[in-house]
Write a protein that binds this ligand. Sequence first.
Ligand code: S3P
Length: 177
Amino acid sequence: MGTFNKHIFLIGFMGTGKSAIAQQLGNLLGLSVADTDSLIEETSGMSIPELFQERGEDYFRKLETETLGKLAFLDRKIVSCGGGVPLKRENKEIIKKTGNVVLLTASAETIYMRVKEDTQRPLLKDNMNINYIEELMKKRQPEYDKTADIIIKTDGRNIFEICEEIVSRLKKLEDTE
Ligand code: S3P
C-alpha cells in the first residue's frame, strides 16, 4: 500500500488534542475524519462511560480492536484513536500496517488543564490529578513511542501550528517511503 492511500492515525494520551487536531487536519487535507470512540459508541449504542461501567474495560477493548480492523477496509481517513489503542499488540499491528502514525504529546500539567472538567473519561474519573496522569503517561510512553512514525509536541502551541507541522512531517515521511 503506498503512503498516499494510507490512513493517518493520531495516537496519544487523553487530552493531547487528537479529536480537535483530526478535524482540522481533515479540513486541511480534504480527508474524512473518524474517531474510534465515536464509532464504538455508534455500533454499541452506549456511551464510553456506560460501556466501562456496564460491560467492563475488556469488552470496550475488544470493540476497539474490531473497530480498527473494520477501518482497514475503508477509504483514506484521519483517524483519532482512543488513548489506549497503542497498548495492545494487535492494534499496533493494524495501525502500523494500514496507516502512518502521528503521536501527540503534552505535559501532565497541560493534560490536566484540558481534561479536569471532563466526565467522559472513566480512567480519570476517580483519579483527576496531575500525579496520576503523570504515572499513567509514564507507563504508556514506551508503547506510544514504539508505535509512532512522527512525534509532535502540543504544549503551548495552537492547533494551526500543530497541523502545519504534521503536514510537513508527513510529506517528508512520504518522500522517504
Ligand atoms: C482511553 C482513552 C479515551 C477512551 C477511553 C479509554 C485510554 O479516549 O478511549 O476512555 O485508555 O486512554 P481519548 O484518548 O480520546 O480520551
